[in-house]
Each structure stands twice: as structure tokens, then as C-alpha cells.
Design a protein around this ligand. Structure first.
Ligand SMILES: *Cc1c(COP(=O)(O)O)cnc(C)c1O
Length: 512
């Protein structure tokens, strides 16, 4: 078949569509919606090169019997078929299929283009509908911002701002000042500083207050928070020396007392955000350590993680220590995230005693970890919602406060819309039902705590739940659900009401 094989390849390569022709194909045009044209053209050119290489490599690969990828294996089948059709002793049936080789190669090109476009889309930041029921989903960007915060970002960033300018005097001002007034009013602390995230806050505090000195930490608090944030490693990076006390499950006041000495630079408490120690346990509350720290003249630092300002119990969740309660308890420096239970932008917030915050501000790392005006604007607007007694309008609290009847009503409206569309399309392509489910807070906060919720349960006719979940993820907008057994669950609690219509449309599209 070697001569026929060569001819077949040439025929197939000639049959490959041109770049602009492939770009205009329905599936490819859909797959490239909203993507920048030059990058789409490049992706399509690369896809055609992939197919060309696959078709040409087919000979060598068939000699060795090695097929590295599925496109390649498909290319081999297409070439083999075309070769048979073109060979002088090929069957009549095969000859009549000679044109189907061209069709197949078009399909190969289309598939390769969609693969390249999916990779391009993956590399761009874009919006996602969160149907997972995890409110602070770290992979999906944690806290969504309020309309007020978004407006503030636009107002401050559209033109110029007083970011580092003192308007009354017309002189240079302090970037650090923004946020401080509101943060001290809300938490009762003397001073505040905002950096890039809480990991940066912990690094800066340890560097500024305890570099080269010992930091006393309970073995029960040597934790890892998702990704690469591990307390002992951050400590090492800061130049502070870890002084472990107590045991994994139990640490007593005497353990701290015995560890404090001339080399002590600070006492650190870390809130076990994302895990629970149960059973025979004992930890010393930071409040009990305050007199000890004062006696030795070292700062008592607490990494609170989530940093909540309101009662989580009002939302039917376990209590979390509020920032203001920790300041009132005499902790010198408290750090927390801006985008966890505060419900604002990614930020690391440091509040505490003036002298310690000033030391952080002066440390060279502070410049490297500083935040942009957009962050400060969004944070300020979020804090103003708390000061205006309006925290319920912060999206994560809207989600936590959504009632079961309101969630049920929304699911019913979506189901009705989808069933009507399915009926007119000649029958349901997916089975859609309303089920009770449980949402979680996520973001390394309130482990094992759940909120009762309502979800859409989707089941495809035939295909797997994973396949259906993938189809939803690849749509526009991307919808991320939770696969449980043979169903895909879309929890309405984490879906903004204004996304109900696009969600219903996406479900209707599954019937087309
Ligand atoms: C989440 C968390 C961090 C990390 O905060 P980021 O804002 O994500 O950097 C650090 N410490 C604790 C206890 C946390 O819960």
C-alpha cells in the first residue's frame, strides 16, 4: 500500500481546509466566540499543522505500531481508508468512499481546532457560574464583590485618585492611610496596614517583628492552608526561628511560659481555619497569653485566617472569633484575609498596636507587598457596608442568608423554562429535578459546617454525569457543578439570581 499511501496522504493534505475556511465552520466559530481574532487564527493554523503532521507521520507510526495520541490514531485510520480507496486493486466500495476521506480530514481539522481553542480559553481569565455550593471557592476566586465595591473600583481607576496625594495640602500623601480609618473604626485597633494577601501579612509581620529571634508556636498550630502556605515555611522565609511548644493535640500555658526567654521575638497563634482537632485536646486561647507576652515585652500575634466582623451564628454556622473580639482580648497584632469571610477583594489585613504596625510599614517588604488602588477601593467600599450596617448586601452574606423558599422558587422557575423548551424540541435530552442539598462556606473557613440548600439535579440521557458536567463547563458562560453519582448538581445558593436566565438558556441549549 506504500505508493497508494503516499498518494492518499497528498490527497488528504490537499483536502485540508484553509485557515479562514476552518475559522468559519460552525463548531469552530462557536468555540472561538469572544476570543481575540489574531489568537484564534493562530490556534487554527496550529491545529492545521497538527493534522498535517499527524497525516504525514502516519507512515512512520504505522511501521512502529506506535500511536501517541488519539488525533494521530484517527489520522492513521483516515489515511488507511483513503489509501485503500485510491489503490488500483481497492474495492469498488472503498473507491466510492474516496470522497469521505476529505470529509474525515475536515472533521479531524475541526477537532484539532476545538482542542487548540479550548487551550486558548483556559489560558484567559474569565467569568464562571459557580454551581458547586462552595461559597468561598478558592479556585473560583473566593468572594464575589458587591456592586458598591465594583463601582468604587471603576470610580477610582477610571481617572486619577488621591492614592498617594494629600488633597488639602497638595503634597505627597500616604497610600497606607486608605483603609486605616475604616479598619480601626471597625476593629477597635489603633492602626492598620493592607498588603497583598494574608500570607503576605503573616510574612511581613514575622519579618518586621521577629527576624532573627524565636517565635513561640504550639505544635497544634503548625498548619498548612491550601496551596503552599505552611506556617513553618513562612516562618523560615521571614528569618524568624520557630520555637515549637506543646504537642499536636495539647498545649498548656506552662508550655509557653517555659519557652519564653531572652531570644523570644514573638508569640504566634494561628487559627486552625480548615481543620478541627477533636477528642483529648487543649489549646491556650490567645487572650490567656496576652499578660505573658506583655510581661516579656514581646508582641502577641494571631493569624486569624478568615477574619470575620459579624456573627456567623446568625447564619446558622458555628461561631468564628471576630477581629474586634481578638483586639479587645489584648492581642497586639491580628492578620486576616480580605476575600474570605470579610467578603471583599484579595488582601491581607494587619491590625494592631501603633508601634508594631509602624514597624511593619517601615519594613522593606511592605513596599514589595503593597496593594493597588483597585484593591483599596474595593476594600474601602466593602468596609463601608459594615459601617453602614449594610453587610447583608455583601454577596457572600446574601448567599449565606438566602432562604430555602427563595432558592426553591428560583429552581422551579428554571426547571419550568427548561421543560417548556425541551417539550418544543421534541422531548427531554436531560432529566432535571429539584433536590435538597448542603452548601459549604469553603475558603478554608468553618470546616464541616454546612447550610441546607436547594439544587438542580441533572442527568443526561445516556451520557455520563462527567460528560454532562464537561458540556456545562465548556459552554458560555462556563457553569461549574458538582458531580454526585450519576447526577450533576447545581446548587442555587452560590449562583447569583441574575445568572438564573443565562443558566436556564445553557440548560435549554443542551436540548438542541
Ligand atoms: C487562608 C489563610 C491564610 C492565607 O490567606 P491568603 O489570604 O489566602 O493568603 C493564612 N492563614 C490562615 C489561618 C488562613 O486561614
Amino acid at each position: 500500500m506504500s505508493d497508494a499511501g503516499v498518494t492518499a496522504k497528498q490527497t488528504l493534505l490537499r483536502a485540508l481546509p484553509a485557515v479562514d475556511e476552518l475559522m468559519r465552520q460552525d463548531a469552530v466559530a462557536r468555540g472561538s466566540a469572544g476570543l481575540p481574532a489574531p489568537l484564534v487564527a493562530q490556534a487554527v493554523r496550529e491545529a492545521l499543522a497538527d493534522v498535517r503532521a499527524d497525516v504525514l507521520r502516519e507512515k512512520a507510526a504505522s511501521d512502529t505500531g506506535a500511536f501517541g495520541n488519539t488525533t494521530h490514531a484517527q489520522a492513521r485510520r483516515v489515511v488507511a481508508k483513503a489509501a485503500e480507496a485510491l489503490s488500483p486493486d481497492g474495492s469498488e466500495e472503498a473507491k466510492s468512499e474516496a470522497t469521505s476521506g476529505a470529509t474525515s480530514v475536515h472533521r479531524l481539522a475541526e477537532r484539532a481546532a476545538l482542542k487548540r481553542l479550548a487551550a486558548l480559553r483556559r489560558s484567559l481569565l474569565g467569568r464562571v457560574v459557580n454551581g458547586t455550593g462552595v461559597i468561598l471557592h478558592t479556585n473560583l476566586g473566593r468572594a464575589p464583590l458587591s456592586k458598591r465595591a465594583l463601582q468604587a473600583v471603576a470610580d477610582v481607576s477610571r481617572g486619577y485618585s488621591n492614592l498617594e496625594y494629600d488633597v488639602p495640602s497638595g503634597r505627597r500623601g500616604l497610600r497606607d492611610l486608605h483603609g486605616e480609618t475604616l479598619l480601626t473604626a471597625l476593629t477597635g485597633a489603633e492602626a492598620a496596614l493592607v498588603v497583598n494577601n494574608n500570607a503576605a501579612a503573616v510574612l511581613l509581620v514575622l519579618s518586621a517583628l521577629a527576624e532573627g529571634r524565636e517565635v513561640v508556636l504550639s505544635r497544634g498550630e503548625m498548619i498548612e492552608i491550601g496551596g503552599a502556605f505552611r506556617i513553618p515555611e513562612v516562618m523560615e522565609q521571614s528569618g524568624a526561628i520557630l520555637k515549637e511548644v506543646g504537642t499536636t493535640n495539647r498545649t498548656h500555658l506552662t508550655d509557653y511560659e517555659n519557652a519564653l526567654g531572652e531570644d523570644t521575638g514573638a508569640i504566634l497563634k494561628v487559627h486552625p481555619s480548615n481543620y478541627k482537632v477533636v477528642g483529648f485536646t487543649a489549646q491556650v486561647d490567645a487572650q490567656a497569653l496576652a499578660p505573658l507576652a506583655r510581661h516579656h515585652g514581646v508582641p502577641l500575634i494571631e493569624d486569624l485566617g478568615s477574619g470575620v466582623l459579624v456573627s456567623t451564628q446568625k447564619y446558622g454556622l458555628a461561631p468564628e472569633p471576630t477581629v474586634q473580639s481578638r483586639i479587645a482580648a489584648g492581642i497586639d497584632v491580628v492578620t486576616f484575609s480580605g476575600d474570605k469571610l470579610l467578603g471583599g477583594p484579595q488582601a491581607g489585613i494587619i491590625v494592631g498596636t501603633k508601634a508594631f504596625i509602624e514597624a511593619c510599614r517601615r519594613h522593606p517588604l511592605a513596599r514589595a507587598l503593597r496593594v493597588d488602588k483597585m484593591t483599596l477601593a474595593a476594600l474601602q467600599a466593602t468596609l463601608l457596608d459594615y459601617l453602614d450596617d449594610n453587610h447583608k448586601s455583601i454577596p457572600i452574606y446574601e448567599m449565606m442568608g438566602a432562604t430555602i423558599p427563595s432558592l426553591r422558587e428560583r429552581t422551579e422557575a428554571i426547571v419550568e423554562k427548561v421543560r417548556e423548551a425541551a417539550a418544543s424540541a421534541g422531548g427531554p435530552a436531560i432529566d432535571i429535578r429539584i433536590v435538597d442539598t448542603q452548601s459549604t462556606v469553603g475558603g478554608g473557613s468553618l470546616p464541616e459546617e454546612t447550610l441546607p440548600s436547594v439544587a438542580l439535579a441533572l442527568r443526561g440521557s445516556g451520557g455520563s454525569a462527567e460528560g454532562l458536567a464537561e458540556a456545562l463547563r465548556l459552554g458560555q458562560p462556563a457553569i461549574v457543578g458538582r458531580v454526585e453519582g450519576d447526577t450533576v448538581l447545581l446548587d442555587l445558593r452560590t449562583i447569583a439570581p441574575e445568572d438564573d436566565a443565562p443558566l436556564a438558556d445553557a440548560l435549554v441549549k443542551l436540548h438542541e
